[in-house]
Write a protein that binds this ligand. Structure first.
Ligand code: NAP
Length: 291
């Protein structure tokens, strides 16, 4: 593939997330100065999956940093579905809690769908309740899943035009790929969703003006998958060991792809920080609606 750019624009999600969090923090300080109740976020964690623990700790740390009231409910790995739903219902009725997030994945004996359906849709800050997903797909205002929302904010911040633009989203999960496709369509992008069964996926990817990968496979996307001057958004978070050291990399082979694309999100420092920032934004949005 012809080299068109040796230094693509780095789409800095960390800086943007700091800006978003700073604005939320200012709003909360204003609420405090008026002696108003502050927004509250509850995270429910089942078991002790190390990745989930890290995510939950980050969410709690960020909440506290910007002044959001935060509760973490840690339940044993063998908790029953009934007990978990009971906890969710308690939080639904808790007036100090505006946002509830059940950290996924849940252990195999619990049906995630069944638990998510019990959330009060107005407190569903992960945007995964069928009510919110239905609203999203019918183009109505709702709580939108945080990662797709964060990606849309990055595209907006960098004034990336979407109207009529061919976007290929690799990955069709309910958490990322599908809601992202709906959001992109809402901005008049032409959207192709690719997945593990897509034939000739490399050539499909190469047709993208904007290529978004949400797969979970380190270095899947090589320069041969990327059109010259395309914009690349890397959602993947993959743990790899290099020289005995564990680190996080995306789905995109960054060193290989950076010579071809016009702009790219790094991992870490791209979509990840925006996901947490959007969780805080959704909590504030839920607060405003619920208060
Ligand atoms: P997921 O539910 O496992 O979905 C992965 C998707 O990738 C599926 O649609 C799957 O296709 C597709 N896929 C798997 N192998 C493929 C291949 N070789 N070629 C093309 N498509 C393939 O994962 P997810 O929850 O959407 O997350 C995806 C990645 O994003 C993970 O690395 C996750 O850690 C990361 N993530 C990051 C953030 C963040 O804040 N940055 C947030 C959420 C997730 P099928 O449907 O056909 O199986």
């Amino acid at each position: 593939m012809t080299k068109v750019n040796s230094t693509p624009l780095i789409l800095n999600g960390r800086h943007l997330a700091d800006e978003v969090l700073n604005n939320i923090s200012n709003e909360i300080n204003l609420l405090k100065s008026k002696n108003k109740r502050i927004p509250g976020l509850a995270v429910v964690l089942v078991g002790d999956n190390p990745a989930s623990l890290t995510y939950v700790n980050n969410k709690e740390k960020t909440s506290k940093k910007i002044g959001i009231y935060s509760e973490v409910h840690k339940l044993a790995v063998n908790v029953s579905e009934t007990e978990l739903i009971k906890q969710v219902k308690l939080l639904n009725n808790n007036k100090n809690i505006d946002g509830i997030l059940v950290q996924l994945p849940l252990p195999a004996h619990i049906k995630s769908d069944k638990v998510i359906e019990q959330l009060d849709p107005n407190k569903d800050v992960d945007g995964l309740h069928p009510y919110n997903l239905g609203k999203l797909f019918s183009g109505q205002d709702c709580l939108v899943p945080c990662t797709p929302l964060g990606i849309m904010e990055i595209l907006k911040h960098y004034s990336i035009n979407l109207s009529g633009i061919h976007t290929v989203v690799i990955g069709r999960s309910t958490l990322v790929g599908k809601p992202l496709a709906a959001l992109l369509l809402g901005k008049n992008a032409t959207v192709t969703i690719a997945h593990s069964k897509t034939e000739n996926i490399e050539s499909v990817s190469r047709t993208a003006d904007i290529l978004i990968s949400a797969v979970g496979k380190a270095k899947l996307i090589k320069s041969s998958w990327v059109k010259n001057d395309a914009i690349v958004i890397d959602v993947g978070i993959n743990k790899v060991y290099e020289n005995g050291i564990s680190k996080s990399v995306g789905d995109v082979d960054f060193e290989n792809v950076k010579s071809v694309c016009k702009a790219i999100t790094p991992v870490p420092g791209g979509v990840g920080p925006m996901t947490i920032a959007m969780l805080m934004a959704n909590t504030l949005k839920a607060y405003k609606k619920n208060d």
